[in-house]
Write a protein that binds this ligand. Structure first.
Ligand code: ATP
Length: 477
């Protein structure tokens, strides 16, 4: 099914309006790395804030966490990330499923018969070395010496190899493991009872073999992950709960229901840790693709970490009078992929006042700029009042001030970045101390007093209808 907009238009709007730029562009860019510009950074912050509000702030059974990107390598051995990704792998260029080279016979993807990449020794994780000494360079020097005199330098090589092994660490490929290894700390300090969740937003890194589709699949991205710990036996009920909860969140944040669907993973697709998994899929320009995964991880992670660390990672259920290893339901979403879906879904080209306009119908809470202050012209009589209005609004909302070009062009520009409200100051404003608020979606205009304007904008941003007479009544009192 074709979508209403192709990816080139989205990429071009993002560049033109300061949402997303290619990384290191003046050096020719770096493959599939992107930078968020002034509009992009606001949008991304708003997406993260909306998620945090729904997952942590609005609930009393979830707490937050912020763990480090670099972790003890033992974590990745326990989680299965070191073992699972060191085989020669091929990846399907169309559905991105990875296969051990020996299981994909005939050079075609066993799932969709798509073309496969060449087999590579593939480790998904980015490796780096901790410590200022360049052990790698020293090892390479020692190896060439050992080549000429093995009996003298062999010991040095072995020692350096050991040092290199110890210095090798990984950038996390998911934030989840930081949560699992802190399970005990959080349960003890937060005094929460099960079912309870721990949420984290942060950068993850994956050495994807086939990144692409703009910010859909990159090697550096941000995760929004919740690990929700439950009593074994109640896990299926909670999986069902979170699948619905997460689907509805996207709808609540403005994504059209017809562009979303749920897909249950087949048993052959499940990750090594998962008992069951659902994807929330979005109709991206390249077709239906995963937006978020909601998995039942069972007790895999806590059991593995208990085994490998030697620490007891179980939960004492005082009410039931028993001790058990909790099961985990994990809704795991990508910030960048959500940002892309929100932009695509908000995008509209339409004709208004006999002119074409491109508009982003963002949900008000996601819009990068909430209100733009636009004096009718750069006239010296208008500017002081317009600046005064700007100063009144900017402590409460992300506010733009724009007095360049014609008012029509400025409206178009604000439409294209999805600003819900424009406040226009005209010559009458000087006398009657009133301004015009223009609504991005309905294009309706209302005239309201400058005094109390921030309250009016606040009401409108909450999506409530505003009755101007109430404001006058308040004023007269
Ligand atoms: P995919 O099948 O697309 O590679 P995944 O199933 O490996 O994704 P998860 O490990 O379930 O992904 O991560 C949860 C979410 O994180 C995904 O639904 C997606 O939104 C996001 N995500 C994962 N990998 C990337 C990536 N390389 N770039 C951007 N976002 C990503």
């Amino acid at each position: 099914m074709p979508t209403k907009v192709d990816m080139e238009k989205i990429v071009s709007l993002c560049k033109r309006r300061g949402f997303i730029f290619p990384s290191s562009e003046i050096y020719g860019g770096l493959a599939s790395c992107w930078d968020y510009g002034p509009m992009g950074v606001e949008l991304k912050r708003n997406v993260k804030e909306a998620w945090w509000k729904a997952i942590v702030q609005d609930r009393d059974d979830v707490v937050g966490l912020d763990t480090s990107i670099m972790m003890h390598p033992g974590v990745w051995a326990a989680s299965g990330h070191i073992d699972s990704f060191t085989d020669p792998l091929v990846e399907c260029k169309s559905c991105h499923v990875r296969w051990r080279a020996d299981t994909a016979e005939g050079g075609k993807c066993p799932k969709c018969a798509g073309e496969l990449t060449e087999p590579r020794m593939f480790n998904l994780m980015f490796q780096t070395f901790m410590g200022p000494v360049d052990v790698k360079a020293e090892l390479s020097g020692a190896r060439s010496l050992a080549f000429g005199a093995p009996e003298i330098s062999g010991v040095g090589v072995a020692k350096l190899e050991e040092q290199l092994d110890r210095a090798t660490i990984y950038l996390r490929p998911e934030t989840a493991q930081g949560i699992f290894v802190n399970f005990e700390n959080v349960v003890t300090t937060s005094r929460k009872k099960l079912p309870m969740g721990i949420a984290q937003i942060g950068k993850s890194f994956r050495n994807e073999i086939t990144p692409g589709n703009f910010i859909f699949r990159t090697r550096e991205f941000e995760h929004m992950e919740l690990e929700y710990f439950v009593k074994p036996g109640t896990d299926e009920k909670w999986l069902d709960y979170w699948v619905k909860e997460r689907f509805n969140w996207y709808v609540k944040m403005g994504i059209k229901k017809e562009n979303l669907r749920l897909r249950e993973h087949g048993k052959d697709e499940l990750a090594h840790y998962a008992k069951d998994c659902y994807d929330v899929e979005y109709l991206f320009p390249m077709g239906w693709s995963e937006l978020e995964g909601i998995a039942n991880r069972g007790d895999f992670d806590l059991t593995q970490h208990a085994k490998c660390s030697g620490r007891e990672l179980s939960y004492h259920d005082a009410e039931a009078g028993e001790r058990y290893v909790p099961y985990v339901i994990e809704p795991s979403a990508g910030v960048d992929r959500s940002v892309l879906a929100f932009i695509i879904d908000a995008y509209e080209e339409e004709e208004v006042e006999k002119e074409k306009r491109t508009v982003l119908h963002f949900h008000r809470s996601l819009a990068p700029i909430k209100v733009a202050v636009l004096p009718l012209s750069r006239n010296e009589k208008l500017t002081p009042l317009a600046k005064e209005v700007f100063r009144q609004l900017c402590p409460s909302f992300v506010t733009d001030y724009d007095d360049s070009q014609s008012i029509g062009r400025r409206y178009r520009r604000q439409d294209e970045i999805g600003t819900p409200f424009c406040v226009t100051i005209d010559f009458e404003s000087i006398g009657d101390k009133q301004v015009t608020i223009r609504d991005r979606d309905s294009l309706a205009q209302i005239r309201v007093p400058i005094e109390g304007l921030d309250k009016v904008i606040e009401t409108k941003l909450k999506g409530e209808a505003f009755d101007a007479s109430t404001l006058w009544a308040t004023r007269e009192k």
